[in-house]
Design a protein around this ligand. Structure first.
Ligand code: TXA
Ligand code: MG
Length: 326
């Protein structure tokens, strides 16, 4: 797919880290692994670098991006944390949680990262070598998922390379993502905590850490802001159509199972998110299995019902978007 073969290098390799640092410092793009999905990263303080993210993804509009920080001290240089935000940061960082907080005035973040809003989305990713890279750059990395706009998020270096490999200086390889769905996004803005996107930290864990329930975002339509690609109705979309809540495949369909694989599912056209019904395993497998079933060329991927508890909320959110009309 890529015109030239992009270099894929082990993220723990010192020479690869040095090369990534040089590329980022020069305003170029680098694919970085995270525990959730692979990210398409640029120096978040440079307009010219962040603009390349939008171009590389073919993002139609300027949707705000997450600024990935090395530690809480860096995050507090760019955002203003209230008690709730600090409590969540302490409980879940580094990890698959993104906090939307007021942007610190004059912090130097590119306006293309915040898309003109007075708020900023911050996260400290889980992988040590990536946090070290950010600490050495001494600036946050803006990084959306490393897929073309609207498509399936990559959970391996190879999948990321096939999406954006022709548009980046280097792909850093951290192995398959250990969480597999994007971070949970929580806004801590005005004396409340609002769940903007379900993700790798289940709602219940956040509510337990806060000692209060998360609020739901006001109904956000596709034309309002602040907006999230996560809130666009069609997203994470394979080429195939997606049919949800399917007890089994119809004639010609590929099948994404959860739990027991039904009789009649054709080998080669069937993947199981988790044969034992484990939602953590299902989240890890979700995007890779969707990619694999899409590659079979079947016109439709039928998907088994997945329980809506715990990580199931994030999985079902992604599946609904994959199935949404385009
Ligand atoms: O796990 C993840 O979060 C991955 C990895 C790479 O870190 N990143 C990711 O980025 O999913 P992206 O760009 O696909 O999603 C970022 C989400 C979008 O839904 C965006 O609208 C929302 O964060 N967002 C960013 N800034 C925001 C803000 N100020 N207010 C509300 N939402 C914001
Ligand atoms: Mg994405």
């Amino acid at each position: 797919m890529a015109g030239r073969q992009v270099q894929i290098a082990d993220v723990t390799d010192e020479a690869a880290q040095d090369a990534a640092l040089r590329a980022l410092a020069a305003g170029r793009l680098v694919v970085v692994p995270t525990e959730t999905v692979y990210g398409l990263a640029a120096d978040a303080t440079r307009d010219d670098a962040v603009l390349k993210i939008y171009e590389a993804k073919d993002r139609p509009r300027f949707n705000p991006l997450i600024a990935h920080c090395s530690d809480l001290a860096m995050a507090e240089r760019f955002g203003v944390f209230d008690d709730r935000a600090r409590r969540l940061a302490r409980a879940f960082w580094p990890g698959p949680l993104t906090l939307v907080v007021p942007r610190r005035p004059g912090c130097g973040i590119s306006e293309l990262v915040t898309a003109g809003h007075s708020t900023i989305a911050l996260r400290i990713p889980g992988l040590d070598p990536v946090r070290r890279l950010i600490a050495r750059l001494d600036r946050p990395l803006a990084a959306p998922s490393a897929n073309r706009s609207g498509r399936i998020s990559p959970t391996t270096a190879e999948a990321a390379a096939s999406e954006v490999g022709d548009r980046v200086a280097l792909v850093l390889d951290g192995g398959p993502c250990g969480v597999g769905v994007e971070s949970t996004i929580v806004a801590c803005l005005d004396d409340s905590a609002v769940l903007l996107r379900p993700g790798g930290v289940p709602r219940g864990a956040i509510e337990e850490a806060l000692g209060e329930n998360l609020r739901r975002p006001e109904q956000v339509t596709d034309d309002e802001s602040p907006r999230a690609p996560g809130m666009l109705s069609s997203h994470y979309a394979p080429r195939a159509k997606v049919r949800l809540h399917a007890a089994g495949p119809a004639e010609g369909e590929a099948y994404l199972a959860f739990g027991q694989t039904p009789a009649g599912a054709r080998p080669g056209f069937t993947r199981n998110l988790s044969a034992s019904g484990d939602l953590r395993e299902a989240a890890i497998n979700l995007f890779a299995h969707l990619r694999a079933l899409d590659a079979t060329g079947a016109p439709t991927i039928a998907v088994a019902p997945v329980p809506d508890q715990g990580l199931g909320e994030a999985i079902n959110d992604r599946l609904r978007r994959a199935a949404a009309p385009r």
